[in-house]
Write a protein that binds this ligand. Structure first.
Ligand code: GDP
Ligand code: ADP
Length: 181
């Protein structure tokens, strides 16, 4: 059997950046593609970054039990389609989920053998700088993400391992060590 790795932590902490580098170094890792009701950002592609769904399409998937986990985050829904994950794990693959904290908690219940990594920012000030620096969200979306971050950081210790994303390469190395050791 393969293994399930969950990468979680507040929005803007650098999960997506770390993930991209991790996949470049380890193309054998299978990255789960989530479904969301959020609108695509410029350059985001349906079926590659997310499956961009309407609220009713998302609700149908919930009703059909097609999500391993799903959560509401900053006014939109996000969920992990179950089928692809189960297929990849059955094929001995390392499967990676990049999801927010509520969803990661659900995975802990339904898939306790998953290994859960929480990415921390060097400080809350730096987190805000990164979210703003990305320049892709409205002020309202930024405020929602920052409010959420406070509660999320408070539960970091629930997860198997905590990694501070200060120096990007140090954080990447720590993630690789956690996955492959
Ligand atoms: N629970 C859950 N969270 C997800 C899923 N996909 C993405 N997320 C999380 O939803 C949050 C918002 O994602 P997004 O709108 O892409 O914004 P960003 O992370 O700030 O770039 C992030 O914390 C993601 O990790 C999913 O399938 N399930
Ligand atoms: N170690 C780091 N040092 C400085 N900036 C970083 C670091 N990691 C990520 N960033 C920057 O922070 C912003 C948010 O990163 P992103 O990967 O989009 O976060 P997330 O996926 O967790 O929301 C991006 O502009 C990214 O370039």
């Amino acid at each position: 059997m393969g293994k399930l790795i969950v990468l979680t932590g507040p929005s803007g902490v650098g999960k997506g950046t770390l993930l991209k580098l991790l996949l470049e170094n380890h193309p054998e890792i299978y990255l789960s593609i989530s479904a969301t009701t959020r609108s695509p950002r410029p350059g985001e592609i349906h079926g590659q970054h997310y499956y961009f769904l309407t609220k009713s399409q998302f609700a149908e998937m919930i009703a059909a039990g097609e999500f391993l986990e799903w959560a509401e985050f900053a006014g939109n829904h996000y969920g992990t389609p179950r089928k692809a994950i189960e297929e990849q794990i059955a094929q001995d693959k390392i499967v990676l989920l990049e999801i927010e904290v509520q969803g990661a908690r659900q995975v802990r219940q339904s898939f306790p053998e998953a290994w859960q990594i929480f990415i921390l920012p060097p400080s809350v000030e730096e987190l805000e700088k990164r979210i703003r620096g990305r320049g892709q969200d409205t002020e309202e979306a930024i405020e929602k993400r920052l409010q959420k971050a406070e509660n999320e950081l408070a539960v970091a210790s629930e997860f198997d391992i905590q990694i501070v994303n200060d120096d990007l390469n140090h954080a990447l190395y720590a993630i690789e060590s956690a996955i492959f050791s």
